[in-house]
Design a protein around this ligand. Sequence first.
Ligand code: SF4
Length: 81
Amino acid sequence: MGKQYKIIFDREVCIGALACNAVAPEVYTLADDGKVDLKGATQRSDGKWELIIDESQVELNREAADSCPVYAIKIEEVDEE
Ligand code: SF4
C-alpha cells in the first residue's frame, strides 16, 4: 500500500480567500458562511478538521495548501505502524 497523508484544515483561520477552492474545488467546497469545507473531513477535539488521503491526492492538496494566504491547510505524512 502507498503512503498515506493527513490534511489538517484550521477552519478558524480560514478567511474565505477561496484560492484552495480554485485549485481543488471538489475537495474544498464552498460553504454558506463564505469559507470552505474540507469535504469528507472529521472535526477533531481541537476544532481543526482532518482528512486522510493517499499519495494520488497529495500533489493537488499540496498545491491548495500552498495557495492559501493564511496557511489554514497543512499536509502531514501519516506514519506507518
Ligand atoms: S485558501 Fe485558505 S483562506 Fe482561502 S478559502 Fe482556502 S483555506 Fe480558506
